[in-house]
Design a protein around this ligand. Structure first.
Ligand code: M6R
Length: 365
């Protein structure tokens, strides 16, 4: 049931404050403002020497964001792979490794094969899945469920942000267990997480502005997405979302990679979407933006009030998001990224919920 929405994707984008809130409530003890996992882990994070994260598509971008979180908050090195590569490259896994798998459906063939490989290697396996009865959930040692509810649109939206919420909570738990985070740090981070649903709701109010921008984007043949830090995987996600539902070619790049190649493509016909909350790498991204502007590129900047005040560049359209804790921006910035893809597809007149050539769940490799 699409409620009053034109497409399931629109409904699912708008459900995010609620379902991310449900997911949060499952992993956080609101009274003490501490992380409280709903299951007891069969390992101690103190003994984990390395994490390997494996997934496909959008789920792999959630994993990529989580890599930054586990490394920064818990100081655990993380390797990230797409499942189709991980399963065949005979990656050596060792005692002390934790293998994490992320999947909305829990039925993705490559992710399942990667999980079976990790089990055969004898390491701890943990999956973040949306469907608790799925094969991946059944075969994993530990299951952390996302409470996104059924996701019908082929383009993943609410499953992604719920995956991020589970992974953020897990990264805080890991940091705490390893003594990298103090009680005070934990409370501060949890505070940041508790704010997310409200901030997501605020981000949804930007829809009319994004709808207008989508009309311009729909005239382009190619779109570039740039981000740094945790905004980099979100740039990858933005590009994937746009291409899968609007069929406009898009690429996501780490902002710092611009001058290593993609800058050659910049002209007035290729919009550049820059995802840059005012965080510790903001200034670096601004200088990349100046390089784009100097070559006549049109920029759409997703930032906050502070970022908007500092980034005084011509040919810039700014989407101003609410101020928030720097650690967890991808959950909130996902909203304008998803809305831009959605409204562009609507302008293009594509089949938003059932894009050509795509299946919701890829159960064959
Ligand atoms: O069910 P899964 O999360 O394992 O699916 C993984 C990918 O197939 C999925 O995220 C795909 O990339 C989506 N179409 C993205 O919107």
């Amino acid at each position: 049931d699409k409620a009053n929405y034109r497409h399931f994707m629109a409904k699912e984008i708008h459900e995010q404050p609620e379902v991310v809130g449900h997911t949060l409530a499952r992993y956080i003890d609101m009274a003490s403002e501490r992380v409280m996992l709903p299951v007891k882990l069969p390992f101690d994070f103190k003994d984990v020497q390395r994490i390997s994260i494996t997934a496909c598509g959008t789920a792999s971008y959630a994993g990529y964001v989580a890599k930054y979180w586990f490394e920064r908050l818990a100081r655990i090195p993380v390797e990230l792979d797409v499942a189709s590569e991980f399963r065949y490259r005979e990656a050596p896994l060792r005692k002390g490794d934790l293998a994490i798998f992320i999947s909305q459906s829990g039925e993705t063939a490559d992710t399942l094969a990667a999980l079976r490989y990790a089990k055969a290697e004898g390491v701890h396996t943990l999956s973040v899945v949306n469907v608790p009865t799925s094969t991946i959930a059944r075969e994993s040692e530990t299951v952390l469920q996302t409470l996104a509810g059924p996701e019908i649109g082929v383009a993943s939206t609410k499953a992604f942000t719920c995956q991020l919420m589970v992974l953020a909570s897990l990264a805080v738990a890991a940091g705490k267990a390893r003594g990298e985070l103090s009680d005070e740090d934990e409370i501060k981070l949890v505070h940041g997480l508790v704010e997310i649903p409200r901030l997501m709701a605020a981000a949804l109010t930007l829809e009319p502005q994004i709808e207008k921008l989508a009309r311009d984007i729909s005239k382009s043949k190619d779109v570039l997405y740039l981000g740094r830090g945790t905004s980099y995987p979100l740039a990858l996600e933005g590009a994937l979302k746009l291409k899968e539902i609007s069929y406009i070619h898009a690429e996501g790049y780490a902002a710092g990679e611009l001058k290593h190649g993609p800058i050659a493509l910049i002209d007035e016909n290729m919009p550049v979407v820059v995802i840059a909350p005012h965080d510790r790498v903001f200034e670096k991204t601004v200088s990349n933006m100046q390089e784009v502007a100097a070559r006549g590129g049109n920029i759409i900047l997703m930032t906050d009030a502070k970022g908007a005040a500092e980034a005084t560049i011509e040919s810039l359209v700014t989407i101003v998001l609410p101020d928030m804790a720097a650690a967890f921006t991808p959950m909130v910035y996902a909203i304008p990224v998803q809305l831009l893809a959605y409204h562009t597809a609507v302008v293009m007149g594509t089949d938003v919920d059932q894009p050509r050539n795509l299946a919701k769940s890829v159960t064959v490799e």
